[in-house]
Design a protein around this ligand. Structure first.
Ligand code: PTJ
Length: 248
């Protein structure tokens, strides 16, 4: 669809188009369109921009990935449709592996998502087909199937647009869990160690900028950023921004 660039809601309509195209190309589950509707409502309340606290969270998230021994980024259909290129760049800058992990898992969607990631220069993609051979304890959904060389062995996992169950199960496995979720009231942001309350389409580029600035710096600089970060405080501040119409 041709969206006039001077349309007052052009950016928002453009994001919708990415998801609809992703759905038509077999990346996004039909339920993913509904899930975005919830996210979009929070983004509207947030003022559709990256707040200062979200920027702080993105900096802490990039520090955490750079400090990790084996970081992995978990990809679902919505993430692939919205920011495959940026995810691949973040993985290159931070050294994180990429794993496909779907709630509504089908072989066709796995393949379509892998193709999209490789088109955007991903060197390899974990979690495909029978490679997702181990199970996360406590979980019943398809998300429990993970790659022994990926999420299962990771010390740090970035799980954007996630459901609370798996985030909690990963925390219980002793992993450091980072999420991106526009809804600070959702369970995932509360159980994760670190949450960026922002649209993933803006959050991943923020993380890339932060990672590029921090890479090569002394580990103590990044450790300090992570220690200063308080997830609970950040969520409360994000909620205040939403209540204030996103002007903060
Ligand atoms: O591709 P699959 O099969 O793995 O399915 C993916 C979806 C997203 C359909 C699945 O994970 C799902 O149902 O997710 P939920 O439980 O609806 O949670 C999605 C969360 O992400 C909600 O809290 C939304 O507010 C939030 N969200 C949606 N879009 C964005 C977002 N947060 C940040 N950026 C977005 N663009």
């Amino acid at each position: 669809m041709n969206i006039p660039s001077n349309h007052p809601r052009a950016k928002s309509l453009y994001i919708r188009e990415l998801l609809v195209t992703g759905f038509r190309n077999g990346l996004v589950a039909p339920e993913g369109l509904i899930a975005y509707g919830r996210g979009e409502a929070f983004d509207y309340l947030l003022g559709e921009h990256t707040t200062e606290v979200a920027r702080d969270a993105a900096k802490a998230a990039s520090s955490t990935l750079l400090l990790a021994k084996y970081p992995v980024i978990s990809i679902n259909g919505n993430v692939a449709a919205l920011c495959a290129k940026e995810i691949v760049e973040l993985s290159h800058v931070t050294g994180a592996a990429i794993e496909v992990n779907l709630f509504y898992r089908t072989t066709e969607r796995e393949i379509a998502i892998e193709k999209e990631l490789k088109k955007n220069k991903a060197k390899f993609v974990l979690g495909m087909g029978s490679n997702a051979s181990v199970r996360i304890p406590e979980l019943q959904s398809e998300r429990r199937r993970v790659d022994p060389n990926g999420i299962y062995k990771a010390d740090t996992v970035l799980v954007p647009l996630e459901d609370g169950d798996r985030a909690e199960a990963l925390v219980n496995m002793g992993k450091t869990v980072i999420t991106i979720d526009l809804n600070p009231l959702s369970r995932t942001p509360k159980v994760a160690h670190l949450t960026i309350v922002d649209n993933i389409i803006r959050a991943i580029p923020e993380m890339i900028v932060a990672a590029k600035q921090l890479k090569g710096k002394n580990a103590s600089v990044m450790k300090n950023i992570v220690e200063q970060f308080d997830n609970k405080v950040n969520l409360v501040e994000s909620l205040k921004n939403i209540q204030g119409g996103g002007r903060v």
